[in-house]
Design a protein around this ligand. Structure first.
Ligand SMILES: [Zn+2]
Length: 347
């Protein structure tokens, strides 16, 4: 089958489209999906660069997000049938460990992500556990395959961050960094669904204009404006209730400075560097809560899929590339030119 693979770690020069051995027949509880589209995430760039803890076996099939048609099912599969249109949740859990039994599947001790720890979605076929599939909801106008593929990772991640972890409430104020990115854009829409006041940043005025159209209450250009000072001014020195972080080193101190007393910072990434400085005196005096978040559990996935079925949180697709040009999609992602998701069509 055709797939977009990594032949060695270290950069996009090692990303190519190649013929690889076909995905196997589905085993117990597994489903084989004929992928119609995949979508790119920052995670894929980290995988391309080389992540410690991944046992790479080259060629490594990339891609976490995907959508397609159920082609065949293994024994004991009752969730889907051949021909169903499905979206794939990239987080693979064991469903046996203490965290899985408690319903916290993204805390699974054997947690893995498609395209990172398992063969990915940038291929004609993939085999996944039935728990990782959701039927593509019927909405008007119908979701394209690219939209269906673009939905899961960022929406699920943003939902857990904003709703489950930070527990953002109506009337509260949230600061969201880098709204051009997929998780941040999804976080903006989840925050507006929650009834919060959203302050968003970007280095691009064009992206800020789009964010305004999507409901952002205040937009700040973090290249030309002092976000810390602006937020203090906008909130009359009070600060925001919640900061949504994924940037790490470059923004951490400002994020903390922007928090109100008792404020919550939730992070799912460290794109500019993982080692940050925190003044513990400010942390305890102001009673901040700093929390991590990764992907989401099965209940949260059901929640976001129901929101999509109800006409909310429809993914925003920036641009679509055919599989043969997947590398151009990766390059666009690396440049940070996109607003919304970059999708790759496969069929
Ligand atoms: Zn588990």
């Amino acid at each position: 089958m055709k797939a977009c693979v990594l032949t060695a770690t270290g950069g996009l020069d090692h990303v190519t489209v190649a013929d690889v051995p076909d995905a196997p027949a589905p085993g117990l509880g597994q489903v084989r999906v004929a992928l119609q589209a995949a979508a790119l995430n920052h995670l894929d760039l980290h995988v391309v660069g080389g992540l410690p803890g991944i046992n790479y076996r080259f060629p490594h099939i990339l891609g976490a997000d995907g959508a397609g048609l159920v082609e065949s099912v293994g024994p004991a599969v009752d969730a889907v049938r051949p021909g169903d249109r499905v979206m794939i949740n990239p987080g693979v859990s064991c469903y046996e460990c203490e965290f899985c039994r408690a319903g916290e599947h993204s805390l699974c001790v054997r947690y893995g992500i498609l395209g990172e720890h398992h063969p990915g979605t940038l291929a004609q076929f993939i085999v996944v556990p039935q728990q990782n599939l959701a039927r593509v909801p019927d909405v008007t106008p119908p979701l394209s395959w690219s939209e269906a593929a673009a939905f899961t990772l960022v929406t699920l991640t943003a939902w857990r961050m904003v709703m489950t972890r930070a527990r953002l409430r109506a009337g509260e104020t949230v600061l969201i960094w880098g709204v051009g990115g997929g998780v941040s854009l999804a976080a903006l829409r989840v925050a507006k669904l929650a009834g919060a006041v959203a302050i968003v940043t970007s280095s691009s005025d064009a992206k800020l204009e789009t964010a305004r159209q999507l409901g952002a209450d205040v937009t700040l250009n973090h290249r030309t404006q002092d976000v810390g000072a602006e937020v203090r001014g906008l909130t009359k020195k009070r600060g925001v209730d919640v900061v949504v972080e994924h940037v790490g080193d470059a923004t951490w101190q400002t994020s903390l400075r922007c928090l109100s007393k008792g404020g919550r910072l939730v992070t799912c990434g460290a794109t500019t560097g993982p080692l940050v400085e925190t003044d513990v005196r400010r942390l305890f005096w102001n009673q901040y809560t700093i929390m991590g978040s990764t992907m989401g559990n099965a209940a949260e996935y059901r929640d976001v899929v129901s929101q999509l079925a109800a006409g909310q949180l429809r993914p925003i697709v920036d641009r679509v590339f055919p599989l043969a040009e997947a590398r151009a999609g990766f390059e666009r992602l690396r440049r940070g030119d996109q607003l919304g998701k970059i999708a790759i069509t496969i069929a």
